[in-house]
Design a protein around this ligand. Structure first.
Ligand SMILES: NC(=O)c1ccc[n+]([C@@H]2O[C@H](COP(=O)([O-])OP(=O)(O)OC[C@H]3O[C@@H](n4cnc5c(N)ncnc54)[C@H](OP(=O)(O)O)[C@@H]3O)[C@@H](O)[C@H]2O)c1
Length: 345
């Protein structure tokens, strides 16, 4: 297959290009940067410009994979590539759905209204921008030649957001002693106790970037068309914590903090500074990590065990040359302050 990846220099796009090369396909990436996998051709272009795709629209493609976030990028790519490409796989998001309240929902759920503008202004418009991209792809390529992939949280090695590696990395900082075959971090520098939110019912899910990339290549190769929620298995938050402790070799004390108390302390949810990553207090948002995913699995998405995703995410963190923070989570100082004040049973 001759595959055009619109992107390829960041996390998922790079993984898609790598997976396609591994499967023996010819890969061309189009991006402004140049960090594409060895073996891929690169066309450097800025998709903010109307004629950005001129260098790839003069030849034919078996498939296009697009990770764009801006509707204008997608609209122009569909305009320029429909005449020369057989199939278009667009990476959207579960953020495209109008509601995140329902647990177990599937692709029949209502989407947000599409963003009319070519560019979205802020995170609030991200989902609507994805819907606009989806609509452009389906309108241009038709339902049989268009595949829409809506990932939930993507996890695994190299996660630029640091969300999927945060809990294993945090437990590794407090892991000491002999933990069987687990490599315990020799530089463990955390306190004995680890603070976790009390969230027994909170659903979590994580699709491994490598599983997602391999499946996207498969979809690019032979479809089917349609829309698919590409989500990991949904499990309660304590199971994620247990898995993170297992891969980090942590068997020390864990202190649970009630969600209402954490909110009064200004602890943020999901991601970002002073957050407990992947924690969500508001039930109206819980559905985003509890989508069915049955259609994607029926269409060939294979999910590796969560422990493997977390273990590899932790190992990748340990190999990061600067080992600096991703900008998500509590600092040890913030955590120590909270541990000193948390109401204990
Ligand atoms: N992380 C998650 O948990 C999650 C969940 C759901 C959905 N998603 C979706 O998954 C995808 C992730 O993609 P990704 O990891 O490859 O990262 P990304 O950060 O979304 O990548 C953007 C890619 O597009 C390229 N790009 C951006 N602006 C461009 C421009 N003006 N001209 C040309 N190229 C441009 C970037 O390359 P250059 O900067 O080199 O130009 C980069 O390769 C996205 O579609 C995201 O919305 C992510």
């Amino acid at each position: 297959m001759d595959l055009l990846v619109l992107g390829g220099t960041a996390w998922l796009g790079h993984a898609v290009a790598s997976a396609a090369l591994d499967a023996g396909h010819r890969v061309t990436c189009l991006a402004r940067g140049d960090d594409v996998p060895a073996g891929a051709d690169l066309v450097r272009a800025d998709r903010d410009h109307d004629d950005a795709l001129a260098g790839v629209a003069d030849r034919s493609w078996d498939a296009v994979v697009d990770v764009a976030r801006q509707p204008g990028h997608v609209r122009r790519a569909v305009r320029d590539l429909e005449p020369v490409a057989d199939r278009y796989v667009f990476v959207s998001s579960v953020s495209a759905y109008a509601s995140q309240a329902e647990l177990g929902a599937d692709e029949r759920a209502a989407l947000l209204p599409p963003l009319a503008a070519d560019e979205y202004a802020g995170a609030d418009e991200y989902g609507a921008a994805k819907v606009a991209g989806e609509e452009a792809v389906v309108a241009g390529f038709g339902p049989d030649r268009a595949t829409i992939v809506r990932p939930g949280l993507i996890g695994g090695p190299g996660d630029p957001t640091g969300r999927s590696s945060w809990w294993p990395a945090r437990f590794a900082r407090s892991a000491v002693g002999d933990s069987g075959d687990v490599v315990v971090d020799a530089a463990a520098d955390g306190p004995d106790e680890v603070l976790v939110p009390l969230a027994p019912e909170l659903p979590t899910s994580m699709v491994d970037v490598r599983d997602l990339a391999a499946w996207i290549v498969r979809l690019a190769t032979r479809g089917p068309g349609g829309a698919f929620d590409a989500v990991g298995t949904s499990r309660p938050f304590p199971e994620l914590i247990d898995a993170a402790r297992r891969v980090a070799g942590h068997d020390g004390p864990v202190v649970t903090a009630p969600p209402e108390w954490l909110l009064t302390q200004g602890v943020a949810q999901w991601a970002g500074p002073r957050s407990l990553p992947l924690w969500i207090a508001e039930r109206e948002a819980w559905g985003m990590n509890a989508r069915s995913g049955a259609a994607a699995r029926a269409a060939g998405l294979r999910l590796r065990p969560l422990d493997e995703t977390l273990r590899d995410a932790l190992e990748a963190e340990r190999r990061r040359p600067d080992a600096g923070p991703h900008g998500s989570g509590l600092t040890l100082a913030e955590e120590a302050e909270l541990l000193a004040a948390v109401p204990r049973a």
